[in-house]
Design a protein around this ligand. Structure first.
Ligand code: ZN
Ligand code: ZN
Length: 127
């Protein structure tokens, strides 16, 4: 059995619901172009879980292979971007959590493609 609190989340329309258990392995703001395009916003925030601690409890996401190393999962009804999955595990998009404040980002990644009109007021590491 995996220990730890259950973190529930899902898409805008409610067709896809997921649960992640315990503390995330990592959490970040991603400023890469793929996250910008898929989210439609300047940045995507995610929290990484091992596959064994993430599952869908309602609905089945559509899957888009966005690169050789990973896929993006989204609701086929409303289009909400739910998660990115690669060899490291499942990175759920923290904006989809019922309580997004439970998983604050710990760092910024892909800062070379950060949109210059967008920044956040924090002292987190910037990669
Ligand atoms: Zn939906
Ligand atoms: Zn990204």
């Amino acid at each position: 059995m995996v220990e730890g609190a259950i973190h529930a989340g899902g898409c805008l329309c409610g067709a896809c619901r997921f649960e992640a258990q315990g503390a995330p392995l990592d959490a970040a703001y991603c400023h890469c172009r793929m996250c910008q395009r898929s989210s439609g916003g300047p940045v995507q925030t995610w929290a990484l879980f091992p596959e064994a601690r993430f599952r869908y409890v309602a609905g089945r996401p559509a899957v888009y292979r966005s690169s050789d190393w990973g896929v993006r999962e989204f609701c086929p009804v409303c289009g909400s971007q739910l998660a990115f999955r690669d060899a490291d595990g499942v990175s759920l998009n923290t904006g989809c959590l019922d309580d997004p404040e439970a998983m604050p980002p710990r760092k910024h990644i892909w800062c070379e493609s950060r949109i210059r009109w967008f920044d956040t007021a924090d002292d987190l590491p910037r990669e």
